[in-house]
Write a protein that binds this ligand. Structure first.
Ligand code: AMP
Length: 193
C-alpha cells in the first residue's frame, strides 16, 4: 500500500493537488476536513463536536481524528494507496497514525509539503470565502487557522524530515506546474522503491 501525505497551511492548495494526484495514481483521496464537514451535515455526535472547534478556527481533538482514521484503514483493507489531505495535523496524530500503519506492516511513504507565504494564503482564503462560503473562511477565523498551523502542524515538517520522507514544493504559480513537480516526486519515489 502506498501512503502519501499532503502537508501545508490552509489555502496552500492541498485539496486541489491531492485530487489530481489521486486520479493520476489511482489513490483514494481522504480529506479529513471533508469527512468532518460530512459529519456536521449529518448532525452526528462527532459532527457537533467538530463544528464547535471548526467554527472557531481550531483543530478538532486528536482522539476524534485518530478514531476516524483507524476506522477508515479497517474498512479499506487491500487498497492500492491513499493520499491524505489535511491529516495528520498534530504530532500526536502523526505518532498514532505511524503506530496504526506499523500494526498493518506498512508506513508513510512520501510527504509532500506545500510552501506558500502567509500573505498569499490570506488572499487565497478570502477569495475562497466569496466562492464557497465556508463558515471557517472568515478573516478572523482564517488568522486563527494560520496561527494554529504554525503552532500545531508545522512541527510535522521536522517530524517527517526526521523520518526521511519529506519533500517541500513551492505552492506558488500555476496549478498544472505545481502538479508536474508533485508528479516528479511521486515518480521518483516509485522508481526508487
Ligand atoms: P480543511 O478542509 O482541511 O481545511 O479542514 C477544515 C477544518 O477541519 C480544519 O480547520 C480543522 O478545524 C478541521 N480538521 C481537518 N482535518 C483535521 C485534523 N487532521 N485534525 C484536526 N482538525 C482537523
Amino acid at each position: 500500500m502506498f501512503t502519501l501525505l499532503m502537508l501545508g497551511p490552509p489555502g496552500a492548495g492541498k485539496g486541489t493537488q491531492s485530487k489530481m494526484l489521486a486520479e493520476k495514481y489511482n489513490l483514494m483521496h481522504v480529506s479529513t476536513g471533508e469527512l468532518l464537514r460530512s459529519e456536521i451535515n449529518r448532525k452526528t455526535e462527532t459532527g457537533l463536536i467538530a463544528q464547535y472547534h471548526i467554527d472557531q478556527g481550531n483543530l478538532v481533538p486528536d482522539d476524534i481524528l485518530i478514531a476516524m482514521l483507524r476506522e477508515l484503514l479497517d474498512t479499506h483493507k487491500g487498497i492500492n494507496g491513499f493520499i491524505f489531505d489535511g491529516f495528520p495535523r498534530t504530532i500526536p496524530q502523526a505518532e498514532a497514525f505511524d503506530a496504526m500503519l506499523e500494526e498493518r506492516n506498512t508506513a508513510v511513504n512520501l510527504v509532500l509539503a506545500l510552501k506558500v507565504s502567509e500573505a498569499e494564503l490570506l488572499i487565497r482564503l478570502l477569495k475562497r470565502a466569496e466562492v464557497e462560503g465556508r463558515s471557517d473562511d472568515k478573516p478572523e477565523i482564517i488568522r486563527q487557522r494560520i496561527h494554529n498551523y504554525n503552532n500545531q502542524t508545522k512541527p510535522l515538517l521536522d517530524y517527517y524530515s526526521g523520518h526521511e520522507v519529506l519533500t517541500t514544493l513551492y505552492g506558488i504559480g500555476q496549478i498544472p506546474d505545481i502538479f508536474n513537480l508533485a508528479c516528479l516526486e511521486v515518480e521518483e519515489y516509485i522508481n526508487l522503491s
